[in-house]
Ligand binder design. Structure first.
Ligand code: SF4
Ligand code: SF4
Length: 421
């Protein structure tokens, strides 16, 4: 079992670098090593750098930091390592104590922790997008600040905000499934980047007759803080979520594979954490064995390209559940993207901090989408969806990017959310 995000001593975690026997079997599976062919960008090389830093033989200089910060935390190396080196944990610990993060962006930290501020920011963004201010930011940014142009390009057009946490959605009393209750985890993106997916999931569950609760005090899962070397901030968020979901009932539905993977890590914290980890599920798993008849899905032909996020494939092992759900949908032809086991470059905040590598890793996937010419692209992670949508937009592709819930809602004929991100 992985340690609780409140793990008290990252230096103890780093002792596990000794598990690496330097066999190199992970190298062909590492997206950054495949891109640069630089040992420092490989799992084995990064472990060697960590060992050098721990032994005081290396300094935390720009070169070391570039190699370590460049890790996508994609989990591909852990999945193939015969020595079971827990690379993700090592990377988190290294960022916490060996290459401490630069100052935490005060604005982003506040946004992760305070739902009211996030809602206000999302409202401002909606207005900016509708009035054309975002295009202005993109144009200005392209000449004065390339980063601003990229940020403006990456942000999807936000749909209407979903119902606020604290309420109940869905209908009870509609047949055999009526007694089923689901608690919805919306995290830090549910009111903004993932608002369309939340609304779509509510529409799906409502038509299935399930009762949905959205616990009011929930916050960001903490994954972004944990993977950026801020375990204290991640632990605070984990504690608040454990309290928020303590009184909830039924499975905890987390639409994003990245959040879900981190919620599972609460297991080692305490009894409440173990309870959350046991209950947390994704939509594809939740719907396994469930009669989809009540959804009254359209059956006209639809070619669906499928991307499997790293957290879904390497961490949760749920990529088969996504494909199985898609294959159950009438009229749908599933087209898995080639090399789906390789990261698209999104990787949490990696696409913002390492845009050149993020775009390089995405390029062959965009070419594959263009070659397949699907009607839609489906992915199970909001970060991947934003990254793909921005890349497709830059190529003037009209292929919309959807999550599984959005695809289901679209096939139900529910159009209360934007199809194009
Ligand atoms: S991380 Fe695992 S697969 Fe990679 S070199 Fe070390 S022992 Fe071998
Ligand atoms: S987590 Fe991914 S990017 Fe990082 S070393 Fe492992 S395979 Fe490479």
């Amino acid at each position: 079992m992985k340690p609780c995000p409140e793990s008290p001593d990252p230096r103890a975690v780093l002792q596990d670098t000794d598990l690496c026997v330097k066999c190199g079997l992970c190298l062909p599976h590492c997206p950054t090593y495949r891109a640069t062919r630089d040992e420092g960008d490989s799992p084995r090389g990064r472990i060697t750098l960590m060992q050098g830093l721990m032994a005081g033989q290396l300094e935390d200089d720009a070169v070391v930091r570039r190699h370590l910060d460049g890790c996508l935390s994609c989990g591909a190396c852990t999945a193939v390592c015969p020595s079971r080196v827990p690379f993700g944990r090592l990377m988190d610990a290294a960022r916490a104590v060996l290459t401490p993060p630069r100052s935490h962006g005060r604005i982003s930290g506040h946004l992760l922790r305070h739902a009211g501020t996030r809602r206000a920011a999302a409202g401002v963004l909606r207005v900016a997008q509708r009035t054309g201010m975002m295009q202005v930011a993109g144009v200005l940014g392209s000449s004065r600040r390339p980063g601003l142009a990229r940020d403006a390009r990456l942000l999807p057009r936000l749909g209407p905000a979903p119902p606020r946490p604290g309420g109940r959605a869905g209908a009870a009393g509609q047949g055999a499934a009526a007694a089923r209750t689901v608690a919805l985890f919306t995290g830090c993106t549910g009111e903004s980047l993932d608002a369309a997916a939340v609304r779509a999931a509510l529409a799906v569950l409502q038509r299935l007759g399930w009762r949905v609760t959205v616990p009011r005090e929930q916050v960001c899962c903490g994954a972004l803080d944990q993977h950026a070397g801020r375990p204290g901030a991640a632990a605070d968020l984990a504690r608040r979520n454990r309290r928020a979901f303590a009184a909830s009932e039924g499975p905890i539905l987390s639409l994003n594979s990245g959040c879900r993977a981190h919620l599972r890590d609460y297991a080692a914290c305490d009894d409440q954490g173990a309870d959350i980890a046991a209950r947390v599920t994704g939509l594809c798993t939740l719907l396994q064995g469930v009669d989809l008849g009540p959804l009254r899905l359209q059956d006209d032909p639809l070619r669906v390209a499928m991307h499997t996020p790293c957290t879904l494939r390497h961490v949760l092992g749920e990529h088969d559940a996504l494909e199985a759900l898609l294959r159950r949908l009438p009229g749908v032809e599933v087209l898995p993207l080639p090399e789906n086991e390789l990261c698209c470059g999104s990787a949490g905040t990696h696409m913002l901090e390492n845009p050149a590598m993020a775009d390089r890793l995405l390029a062959p996937k965009l070419e594959a989408v263009e070659a397949l010419a699907p009607d839609v692209l489906v992915t199970a992670n909001v970060g991947c969806a934003v990254h793909f949508a921005a890349g497709l937009k830059a190529r003037r592709s009209k292929v919309p990017v959807l999550g599984p819930a959005e695809l289901l809602a679209q096939r139900m004929g529910v159009q209360s959310f934007p199809i194009q991100r």
